[in-house]
Ligand binder design. Sequence first.
Ligand SMILES: [Zn+2]
Ligand SMILES: [Zn+2]
Ligand SMILES: [Zn+2]
Length: 102
Amino acid sequence: MAICRYCESEMQSTHSCVDTPIVMVDGTTYPPVRYGEEIGWRHPKGRCGDCGVLPGRVHHHGCDVEHCPRCLRQAITCGCLWRGEEHLADDWDEEWEARLLR
Ligand SMILES: [Zn+2]
Ligand SMILES: [Zn+2]
Ligand SMILES: [Zn+2]
């Protein structure tokens, strides 16, 4: 059981996460990368193996397959911070805050 923080739904039982633009902590926005649009990912068959969304829908944030719309790398490892997860990021520290305040 895992509840997505963005759509507040049980991940494996919903068809898509919310498809509103993703807001970065610096205020820039990006349309979410949908399941099947990831670079190097071809023709998904069936639901996402990690978060359970249907092809063409938006991954629940935190999915292994999800790509970051900002840097187009794997979202869980890319290091970009999305608005709302400042306090959840393991690497959130003074360095990040200093960068944002600059
Ligand atoms: Zn979701
Ligand atoms: Zn997924
Ligand atoms: Zn990124």
